[in-house]
Design a protein around this ligand. Structure first.
Ligand SMILES: [Mg+2]
Length: 256
């Protein structure tokens, strides 16, 4: 048993990362869909919080029974309203063209030092950020190369970078998954009388770390152990199973 009865009655919303938290070894399994359907039927407020592009968010919002999705690490959110999807852009888009040029130049300069560096195949569907793929498709980057890229990005003024389980995302501005979750809680959350104490956040990697700090209740699926030593803020709970199986493991407790 992961949760006490008090904690179970406190949780009214599940906010979850997508890649390697809802998916398992890159695939979205039928049992994960079934779990999400059951959580929805029970009345939980369901939000995906991801570094994936706006294009993915539009698709996932249409095909899954979720209420909202944070995309591109907090650049924006999509909210379901009366069978429509409303997009809220949270990143500053006044200088978007200029900023995209800067992000491209950063990538080009990094590629001069690591010639096999590549952008994620979902890059064309991103509005605000750049995503360097380190393991979604071959060839992978080594741990040393990932460190090198993160180090370089951390020295660029005005740029924020985060490591997910598959990509290194970077963007101009200071928005994050946390600022987008705060926006959702202050708007949609208020309407539902849900605050951050009522949310259980689930994730698997360093880009979830600010959420593990922000939400009092958080859970890591077992594959987070790969990044355990990199984290300053750890999830409050851990599942035994990895990815979508871990999601199902803790959701079943909330459903009973
Ligand atoms: Mg992930």
């Amino acid at each position: 048993m992961i949760f006490s009865p008090e904690i179970k009655s406190q949780v009214k919303a599940i906010f979850s990362d997508f890649d390697d938290t809802l998916t398992h070894q890159s695939l979205f399994h039928s049992e994960t869909l079934r779990t999400i359907e059951q959580l929805k039927q029970k009345g939980f407020w369901l939000v995906i919080v991801s570094g994936r592009p706006a294009g993915w968010a539009d698709c996932l919002m249409r095909i899954l029974p979720i209420d909202a999705m944070v995309f591109e690490n907090g650049a924006g959110v999509m909210v379901k309203e009366n069978n429509k999807i409303r997009t809220v852009r949270l990143a500053n888009d006044q200088k978007i063209e200029e900023e995209r040029k800067i992000l491209r130049e950063v990538f080009d300069s990094l590629k001069k030092e690591i010639p096999h560096l590549k952008l994620a195949t979902d890059q064309p569907y991103r509005l605000y950020d750049y995503a360097i793929d380190f393991i979604e498709e071959p060839p992978p980057l080594s741990a040393k190369e990932i460190e090198f890229v993160l180090n370089r990005l951390s020295k660029k003024p005005g740029i924020t970078a985060k490591l997910s389980s598959i990509h290194i995302n970077y963007w101009c501005g200071s928005h994050t998954k946390v600022t987008a979750c705060e926006y959702l809680l202050n708007t949609e959350g208020k309407k539902r009388h849900i605050n951050k104490e009522n949310v259980l956040y689930s994730g698997d990697s360093p880009n979830d770390e600010p959420l593990f700090e922000f939400f009092p209740l958080s859970i890591g699926v077992a594959n987070i152990k790969l990044f355990w030593d990199k984290l300053k803020h750890h999830p409050k709970y851990l599942t035994l199973e990895e990815g979508g199986k871990g999601f199902k493991e803790f959701a079943e407790e909330l459903l009973t």
